[in-house]
Design a protein around this ligand. Sequence first.
Ligand code: 13P
Length: 341
Amino acid sequence: MNLSELNKVANAMVKPGKGILAADESTSTIKKRFDAIGVESSADARRDYRELLFGSAEAMKNHISGVILYDETIRQNAKDGTPLVKLIEKAGSLPGIKVDQGTKPLSFSPGEVITEGLDGLRERLAEYRGLGAKFAKWRAVIDIGEGIPSWNCIKANMHALARYAALCQEQEIVPIVEPEVLMDGAHDADRCYAVTEWVLKTLYVELFETKVALEGTVLKPNMVISGKKSAKRASVEEVAEKTVRVLKACVPSAVPGIAFLSGGQSEEEATAHLDAINRIGGLPWKLTFSYGRALQAAPQKAWLGKAENVAAAQRAFAHRARMNGLASEGRWSATLEKKAA
Ligand code: 13P
């Protein structure tokens, strides 16, 4: 393993003012997003939409350090025949690839899931590396509810994440390690804190035992946040304080950077939280975004599948990317949102 090269890539992924665009929706997930805007999800429509994003020079050059792709997308060409990967590289951004194969019910653990995709992963990574991928992503999903998560679920999922990360580094690819504690439940932020702490502590033991070099990884965690159905809402300051506290307690300083998922937060909420987290300051890692929904909701709404809306959609994407870029340095404010609107 060439650790200094992996470390260089990991640092580039979390460069101040920039963050990651998660555009790795599976075919079934992107269909849901397209359904919401009344667009039929054909391979060409998916290509057109992603070409719109990756060809958005202002957003990509200034604020997007890397793009997470789906298997179909890493093999697709833009309308003029240029590979989409080249479009990303031309903007000075790094192509990455989602390599997990989604979740399945975890045996004898009702309500819990395990992420699959380890079989044949070494060979798939080698192929993706040939197609230009510099980093990869694997998402483990931990739900909070009555009696869950179980230790069985946490242990199995963190072990799988560590095995994935080791395979990535062996193949000279930086692993994004994503243990997502879902915000779907009725729990409060303190319960989210406790579960996130359990998950992260377990993850870093597994990464140690699997011999993963932390300097060549990026962590993609949830923020410590109230569940969607919770009546007790944590304020922006409380989310920032609790998120930073749990990360300090669990994440070694050898990790170059942390890129949060948005997980169902509104666009402005995800930006405000990231900004408040970065305003705390004095932390050993860079803290940025790796957002899917919180970066793409606005461009999707503006696009609606119509060629004449491409420029407006790119403007909406550039605005969201800029707001999050500012938040990655603790320089965002709500007035900037209003001015642009
Ligand atoms: P969201 O920001 O929409 O949670 O997506 C990020 C991601 O890549 C989840 O795996």
